[in-house]
Design a protein around this ligand. Structure first.
Ligand SMILES: [Fe+2]
Length: 289
């Protein structure tokens, strides 16, 4: 619960505020950029929402914030907005919300699929979300992009008897995972429309998931730079190998996708040809860094 007595000084006056417990994870700025901005090491309210839609998005940000650092003096619509989650993206793909501080506020996603539903990385084990997933038929798989964003995956796996998928080089984060990937290119036991790609770089065992040649779940491998409006990789948060990340980024050029859905960083939809072109430019630029 955010505390008005700990308010950050940059907030503009009004009902919504951010307090000093903010960890600068970017979640609120992705959901409601018209209300939240980056002060450097934390977010702040730069503009109070001035429409019903903006107020709804600011409330969604309040609910998704991993550290409960966003407050609102008169938030009587929070219960109603709770029902927005998971937030639809497109074609049965959703953003879960309820980002977890265990993954430093990483985003997680839900896929409703006739062959079994998927969770991509894990949010907080929030009862509202659990109920919504239950109503949609539960979970068959929990795909873990890498060791940083596991959060409450074990609780979701236990609740839904789901199979957790993780790479062998990330197994330390989920030792009892049901499916351990040794060689993603050889892993064939996967429903139609899904493809797992090993993308070492950010971490050694990092993987991305491609769904229907349209949705690429990228973990901390690839995101959209909101300010400069192009695809980007986190150079400062590359824990394993930048040259490996550059090499594995190149392998993604061969695939078609429109949505880039990261753990950290902005999600975006681009025309497939533009996504490919931006990836070509990014890999060229990464090689020079
Ligand atoms: Fe990470």
């Amino acid at each position: 619960m955010a505390d008005r007595k700990k308010i950050v000084r940059e907030n503009v006056d009004g009902a919504f505020f951010v307090d000093t417990t903010c960890i600068d994870c970017d979640t609120c700025r992705q959901i409601a950029p018209e209300s939240f901005k980056d002060a450097g090491d934390y977010s702040y309210v730069w503009q109070q929402p001035d429409s019903a839609q903006a107020r709804r998005r600011a409330t969604q940000a309040l609910l998704a914030c991993p550290t409960g650092s966003i407050g609102c003096d008169s938030n009587n619509i929070a219960a109603e907005v709770m029902d927005d989650f998971p937030l639809p993206i497109e074609d049965g793909v959703f953003y879960c919300g309820f980002n977890s501080p265990k993954s430093y506020g990483g985003n997680s996603y839900f896929i409703e699929n006739a062959g079994g539903n998927w969770l991509i990385d894990a949010p907080k084990f929030n009862q509202h979300l659990v109920k919504r997933i239950e109503e949609r038929g539960g979970l068959k798989y929990i795909f873990l992009t890498h060791e940083d964003d596991v959060a409450d995956a074990d609780r979701f796996a236990e609740k839904f008897k789901a199979q957790r998928i993780i790479h062998a080089d990330a197994i330390q984060a989920c030792r009892d995972a049901e499916i351990v990937i040794q060689d993603a290119s050889a892993f064939a036991d996967i429903p139609d429309g899904f493809k797992i790609v090993h993308t070492p770089g950010h971490t050694k065992g990092h993987m991305v998931l491609l769904y229907r040649n349209k949705f690429l779940f990228t973990g901390d491998h690839l995101y959209f730079n909101r300010e400069e409006k192009h695809l980007e990789a986190f150079r400062d948060y590359c824990w394993y190998s930048w040259s490996e990340q550059t090499r594995s980024m190149k392998t993604l050029i061969d695939f078609d996708f429109e949505w880039i859905l990261p753990g950290h960083g902005q999600r975006v939809k681009l025309p497939s040809a533009e996504a490919k072109q931006q990836l070509v430019e990014l890999t060229r630029e990464m090689a020079a860094r």
